[in-house]
Design a protein. Structure first.
Ligand code: F6P
Length: 363
């Protein structure tokens, strides 16, 4: 029977456990041997106890947990040919020719390169006597299916990445908490939220929390924004509002591409308006905690679909990503999504924000 291995890579996110559980259970259900690889690519390179054969009960009670119970690591070794040879040997020894990778675009790109290199890795392992030609023939193709786990929701090709919804819940809860103390003291709070180069978390959090202003990388403020912002805050106060909330995406920039920081905004407000102002950087609180119902179900659906995609794969099937399109789980070509995601960054680097926003949307 066929063997599948699943691992999580890159920054953890809520819902990854649910996806691992679904891959394990669906894999067992369709008659496969399923391995969980601990510590991402590092575990694949190191082998040994990092490979755990999953039973139905191995993945019980993990769906409720945040992060990834099988661990995730940044791996330098996998970037070297030697590391990838070790990883290939560890897979072949267990007859694993189906890989499910749950991670961000970097992790998915790595998996695709591994797949493209697979034949040459097999040849080298034969030539150094690590495997026989017969074994190589049995493992001649490596099928890859990806799922995007990231709080940032920054991947082109899926409407939602696994973990973004839970992070939003965490952010909203934090803003609600800040709002009560802000109101008591008539303060202004400038809050930084994560998202790397993507403004999704900041924008949606601002909309859902009645924030006064939001800075996101995709929409740098017009020159003269300082006056507009101060006027807006003053107007709110004159209408009886006791607090102000300003959300700054960690990747926010101005028209010239200079980073907009919470401290900059705070200094502006203190200088111009003399409001009692505080900065709160939410940080990794946003990535922790228990997954929302949405992320649990999203992980489940994507994990099950990933196994079905592997079962359907032929040697000519390109690597795919299981993604969410509206309310449907669909399979989209991995390479195309990775390229589009990179193009978004490139256009933003060139300060071409209109194109970046267009590219982020559905094709
Ligand atoms: O990609 C997820 C993310 O949490 C980003 O929002 C953030 O910029 C980054 O990872 C933080 O990375 P680290 O956990 O390595 O500090």
């Amino acid at each position: 029977h066929r063997s599948i291995a699943v691992f999580t890579s890159g920054g953890d996110s809520c819902g990854m456990n649910s996806a691992v559980r679904a891959v394990a259970r669906m894999g067992i259900y369709v008659g496969c041997k399923v391995y969980l690889i601990k510590e991402g690519y590092q575990g694949m390179v190191d082998g040994g106890e990092n490979f755990i054969e999953a039973e139905w009960k191995t993945v019980s009670g993990i769906m409720q947990k945040g992060g990834t119970v099988i661990g995730s690591a940044r791996c330098k070794d996998f970037r070297t040919r030697e590391g990838r040879l070790k990883a290939a040997l560890n897979l072949i020894e267990r007859k694993i020719t189906n890989l499910v990778v749950i991670g961000g675009d970097g992790s998915l790109t790595g998996a695709n390169l591994f797949r493209q290199e697979w034949t040459s890795l097999l040849d080298e392992l034969i030539s150094v006597g690590k495997i026989t030609k017969e074994t190589a023939e049995l493992c001649s193709h490596l099928n890859i299916v990806g799922m995007v786990g990231s709080i940032d929701n920054d991947f082109c090709g899926t409407d939602m990445t696994i973990g973004a919804d839970s992070a939003l819940h965490r952010i909203i809860e934090a803003i609600d908490n800040i709002a009560t103390t802000a109101s008591s003291h008539q303060r202004c709070f400038v809050m930084e939220v994560m998202g790397r180069h993507c403004g999704y978390l900041a924008l949606v959090a601002a909309l859902a929390s009645e924030a006064d202003w939001v800075f996101i990388p995709e929409w740098p403020p017009e020159t003269g924004w300082r006056d507009v912002l101060c006027n807006k805050l003053q107007k709110e106060r004159s209408m009886g509002q006791r607090l102000n909330i300003i959300i700054v995406a960690e990747g926010a920039v101005d028209m010239e591409g200079n980073k907009i920081t919470c401290d900059m905004v705070k200094d502006l407000i203190i200088t111009e308006l003399k409001y009692d102002t505080r900065v709160t950087i939410l940080g990794h609180v946003q990535r922790g905690g228990s997954p929302s119902a949405f992320d649990r179900v999203l992980g489940c659906r994507m994990g099950a679909e990933a196994v079905l995609a592997l079962m359907d794969a032929t040697p000519d099937t390109p690597a795919c990503v299981v993604s969410l399109d509206g309310n449907q789980t669909v399979r989209v070509p991995l390479l195309e999504c990775v390229e589009r995601t990179k193009r978004v960054q490139a256009t933003m680097d060139k300060q071409d924000f209109t194109d970046a926003v267009k590219l982020r949307g559905r094709s």
